[in-house]
Design a protein around this ligand. Sequence first.
Ligand code: EAX
Length: 325
Amino acid sequence: MKKITVLLTVALFICFAANATAVTKIKLGVVTKPGSAQNIAAEKFKELIEKRSNGGINVQIFHSASLGNETEILQQVQMNSIQMAIVTGGPFDTFDPMARVVNYPFLFKDYSQVDKVLDGPLGGELLKSLESSGFKGLCFSENGFRNLTNNRRPVRTPADIKGLKIRVMASAIHKAIWQALGANPTPMPWPIYTELEQGVIDGQENPLWVMKVYKFYEIQKYMTLTRHVYSYHIDVASLKWWNTLDGNTQKMIQEAMYDAAVFQRKDNRSKNAARLKFLKEKGMQVEEHPDVAAFRAKVAGLQNMELYKDPKVHSLLLKFMEATK
Ligand code: EAX
């Protein structure tokens, strides 16, 4: 009898242990805080995948730079110390120069073009290329079109930008853009509130949600709707980890992340008009119609620069340009 009890206990224990290991745990990193574009996508993904897997997949979100900056988050994904991340396209270009294609200035005309190209074969080609640096590219969510803010003067033309110290992401293309526009670009990881407040930098560029969620209206007087870059997030998994998953799990994760990305893009776009109104009410002086033609002329030569020299990168850039004509 005693023996049977022991056996039963052991059997039960094995059952529980098997059950416990059957839960797939995902640590997901984002650099920004709750309420941010990256977090909205992350939270939607968590909700969808936990529901669809009936609890078989569990997602833990690490936000607010608790895992470090975006470059450090990506390094952790490469090593599989975290399994997923939603990261701004900018810092990705030091891992794979193909990523800088989407950040090409004034590439996309509107959101329908964005969705068509990024959700289509060209976006797919970019996602596939990330495998060579250890990432499984799943899909794209978004930051949105980026706009300039600064604390020195109203900006309408490139001449107004001359000499402004503008913080940029750790990204070769972003630095090149602001150099071409005549600014003094300073690469710096997120977050940057203190640097703006203390005047270490005169300005920065980001989509409207950032100015609101991070309260830049408190410390930046002028905003110009330059829309110079469509800023995407790359939603990635660790390739090392991905290759250990069965096909069903991969499919479920892929689909849930895509659905979350589509949800987040729509959510983000629907809020822009209210954000602009809010920022004006808070006292920001907004230039809504800058001389975009003059900005475009300044950056026209970037496609022939060293940073697009790699034949694979150059060919992808030309394909994106053709598709967004
Ligand atoms: O999403 O670093 C940046 O400027 C990013 O756009 C920031 O993470 C906000």
